[in-house]
Design a protein around this ligand. Sequence first.
Ligand code: GDP
Length: 298
Amino acid sequence: TPEETARPGFLGRILGRSEPKTVVRRTLDDDMLEQLEELLIASDMGVDTALRVSANLAEGRFGKKLSTEEIQRLLSGEIARIMEPVAKPMPLYARKPQVVLVVGVNGSGKTTTIGKLASQFRAAGKSVVIAAGDTFRAAAVEQLQVWGDRAGVPVLTAPEGSDPASLAFDAMEQAQKDGADLLMIDTAGRLQNRADLMEELAKIVRVIRKKDPDAPHNTLLVLDATTGQNALSQVETFRDLADVSGLVMTKLDGTAKGGVLVALADRFGLPIHAIGVGEQIDDLQAFDPEDFAQALTG
Ligand code: GDP
């Protein structure tokens, strides 16, 4: 089924996983290319990217006999080449506080990612303040407080339903007063009313710029890798709502169709700062293009 073939490591299926990889050789013909294209598309890579990756692989090799291992290596190389330019950790600046605005739809993993990032920054010796800017979801605020406790980082909150921009302004003042290295601001993720959300995010940016004209220094968009092609439209939406500077891809553990990362890199070129690989505080990793490409095609 497409579900099975789309999983990371899908390549073995058409290439005969049971045989020793160096022994089975297949002619790179139209049939073979078509199968490759279909698998890449099923992995959520998107049609354009899948066709280009296959075409690049076939260039100068059409009609040749290749072993499974060779095809795997070539495909993995093509994918790594697309992913290398976007594999960049979040830039850190000397600015105090460096303001990190975190955006994304509800459920994408914003809260969890903020907790994990806060913990990593703390481990790197940085002082961090979190602002619970999704003031309309009491559960989100509570959850963020739990993560703040785990990470050993203060979480600034405001009464339910109050103006997120006002909280952001207070948090900015507090972080400046405390000499904090980083201020991470959570935001609402309800897309049901885009105009409202746009105004809310714009207002947050406006007020924090009263304290630092360069803020926010990073705007992270958190995307759930299991949403497949939806992630592409989410990037488009959030780029209209905020000045997105980088991505965090969550839920890449399990059976996520990681191919969407290739489509994202190919289409938008936004840096992937980190990937979420679980629900625990340490389950946030730097994005490694080689590892990723190998896991996807292995
Ligand atoms: P938010 O609504 O965007 O703040 O999303 P949350 O941070 O509350 O996350 C939504 C759900 O996804 C929670 O159950 C998290 O535990 C889970 N989650 C977040 N990141 C990851 C990840 O990298 N892997 C897995 N397996 N689950 C994750």
